[in-house]
Design a protein around this ligand. Structure first.
Ligand code: ATP
Length: 269
């Protein structure tokens, strides 16, 4: 299978090993082929946006990378470890090195925000309770929530606050990688821009690697270093400028369509 036009495997010793590395990934559901030779390298500190038409397999790829699903073929390495070859213990300790924000925040509805943030800390560390409390409060502040939001239940929060609470939980263990599934979906444009800004500033201050599935062109322009586009069951990867020069019909329509032009103009203004 020919490689994606912009994909070039990392070689030589001058480049650090990628934080996420996917090779020859294939996914099939019965007769339906979703991925057929997906290759991807994400470097430390990069912000990568994954886009593609509806049903092209973005969520499935994300789920495969974080180990919630197994691909039909191919390899996935995260932080240097082959995710298919891990013992349960190794898998748990690898999982503690990334945070995941699901679309709706995926908070436990019967727990307060602070209790939600404490879940991974209790699961993966043996820290004393007062330190766990303190860390949870720091995470609430880090995502820009008022201190009193910590004692609220998810149902008492707005959609934007729930996302911030989910982000605080994803950051609980000081992860190296942040996975985001449609982080700005359901937010109004101002809320979405504020959330992008938050992700961008956390990424810089914490040196995070960010991998996000998104439909939001403004997010791509605002915070992504490179974009991975799922087309024809493979990834085409590049900077926005590189993708703007692509003549694949879907990529052209996406970036040069009215919404793409508006996002480009907003970035320039
Ligand atoms: N567990 C599953 N069993 C069978 N088919 C599945 C399963 N999960 C996903 N699929 C199929 O795989 C394809 C890709 O799904 P996926 O949810 O990854 O798309 P997507 O690109 O995230 O779409 P959207 O942008 O609409 O959310 C779809 O056709 C979906 O029906």
């Amino acid at each position: 299978m020919p490689p994606s036009p912009f994909f070039s495997p990392i070689s030589g010793s001058d480049m650090a090993a990628p934080v996420i590395s996917v090779r020859g990934l294939k996914t099939r559901f019965g007769a339906q082929v979703v991925h057929d030779g997906v290759d991807l390298d994400v470097q430390k500190g990069e912000v990568i946006g994954l886009v593609g038409g509806s049903g092209t397999g973005k969520s499935v790829l994300l789920r495969e990378i974080v180990g919630l699903m197994d691909p039909s073929a191919g390899t996935i390495q995260v932080l240097g470890q082959d995710t298919a070859r891990l013992s349960e213990r190794e898998r748990l300790s690898l999982q503690a090195r990334w945070g995941m924000l699901f679309q709706d925040g995926a908070l436990f509805s019967s727990l307060t925000v602070l209790e939600n943030i404490k879940v991974p800390l209790k699961e993966h560390t043996a820290l004393p309770p007062d330190l766990v409390d303190e860390i949870a409060q720091v995470k609430v502040a880090m995502v820009g929530l008022a201190p009193d939001a910590g004692s609220k239940y998810p149902s008492q929060l707005s959609g934007g606050m729930r996302k911030r609470a989910g982000l605080a939980r994803a950051l609980a263990l000081d992860p190296e990688i942040l996975f985001l599934d449609e982080p700005t979906a359901g937010l109004d444009p101002i809320g979405a821009a504020a959330f992008d800004e938050l992700i961008g500033s956390l990424q810089k201050s914490l040196g995070l690697t960010v991998f996000m599935v998104t439909h939001d062109l403004d997010s791509l322009y605002a915070i992504c270093d490179r974009i991975a586009v799922l087309v024809d069951k493979k990834l085409v990867i590049g900077t926005i400028d590189e993708l703007l020069r692509q003549d694949h019909p879907w990529i052209r329509d996406y970036f040069h369509g009215p919404r793409g032009r508006a996002a480009n103009a907003a970035k320039g203004s």
